[in-house]
Design a protein around this ligand. Structure first.
Ligand SMILES: [Zn+2]
Ligand SMILES: [Zn+2]
Length: 296
């Protein structure tokens, strides 16, 4: 199934050409609930984990009596180089897996707020042995049910993303804001919502950390994967009262608010941040350096 984003009401080439040089490619993942294959790219559901490796646990927890305990981590996402050539895989790797601790962490290394994350970069040709046991995520709903993803298959769509005002030069952010205000338009162009690889995160709730650098080597961090509580906004948008631009054209018959429409709008069923979104950032020099997660 192909899912398609409607064009923006703003055409940067015609309306605000200064924006063009800040554009970045991104991939809307369009997760939808399903039964992904263990070797496929997906969100939620089991990953291709070798039986020879123990399942990772997060040991950074204490009970009310001060005794340390460990939580099994949760499989969050998996991407293959064949499906997502735009991911900068380290040499010799073609599979990346994201696991996180379902409980809240204030300051995972090197910085961030939200989940303590680990990325595993692998060479799929080496995964010849049996698959390892993975804990049933339902077993640890009690720790953080908001941050356990439903199994979803992906319907990737390549798009162009633009930074929000926090990441534009001050003059340009003001000129773009004034251009929108003169036309009584809302911004449906920048910081594309929903699950996506690459592009830009909106930092409207907290300020963007400055600098946003790798704790290991000091290189700038870049958005790897955005998480979002919902894929698109409710209601109508723009002067012609069309649905939200980011509600796929192929799904406009299904109204959010019922048993058909809600799973399309909230497929992963995680409550990210304050019912908002978050981003996993990786080092632009070496994505094997520790990743940081920030929620909004
Ligand atoms: Zn933890
Ligand atoms: Zn680094």
């Amino acid at each position: 199934m192909k899912l398609t984003t409607a064009p923006s009401l703003i055409d940067p080439a015609r309306d605000v050409p200064e924006l063009l040089r800040h554009a970045r490619p991104a991939v809307r993942l369009h997760p939808r609930r399903g039964t992904p294959g263990v070797r496929d790219s997906h969100i939620g559901g089991p990953v291709w984990w070798p039986a020879a490796e123990p399942w990772p646990r997060c040991a950074d927890h204490k009970d009310t009596g001060g005794r340390a305990y460990a939580l099994p981590m949760v499989a969050v996402a998996q991407f293959t180089a064949a499906g997502f050539p735009e991911i900068r895989f380290p040499d010799g790797t073609d599979l990346v897996q994201l696991l996180w601790c379902p409980d809240w962490h204030d300051q995972p290394h090197p910085q961030g707020w939200g989940q303590a994350c680990r990325l595993f970069w692998r060479r799929s040709a080496e995964l010849t042995g049996p698959l390892g046991e993975q804990p049933d995520p339902a077993e640890h709903w009690e720790y953080g049910e908001d941050m356990i993803p439903r199994p979803c298959v992906l319907h990737p769509e390549r798009i162009t993303d633009y930074p929000g005002g926090e990441e534009l030069p001050a003059g340009l952010a003001e000129r773009f804001g004034a251009w929108l205000e003169e036309r009584d338009l809302a911004d449906d162009l920048t910081t594309v919502p929903g699950y996506k690889l690459g592009g830009f995160l909106g930092w409207g709730t907290t300020d963007r950390p400055d600098p946003l650098d790798c704790g290991d080597c000091g290189a700038p961090l870049e958005l790897f994967l955005q998480f979002d509580t919902t894929e698109y906004g409710l209601g109508t948008f723009g002067p012609d009262g069309a649905p939200h631009r980011f509600r796929p054209l192929e799904e406009r018959d299904a109204e959010p608010g019922d048993a058909v429409g809600d799973p399309l709008r909230e497929p992963v069923d995680m409550i990210v941040g304050r019912f908002s979104h978050g981003g996993l950032f990786t080092c632009s020099a070496d994505p094997r350096h520790p990743a940081s997660f920030f929620t909004q």
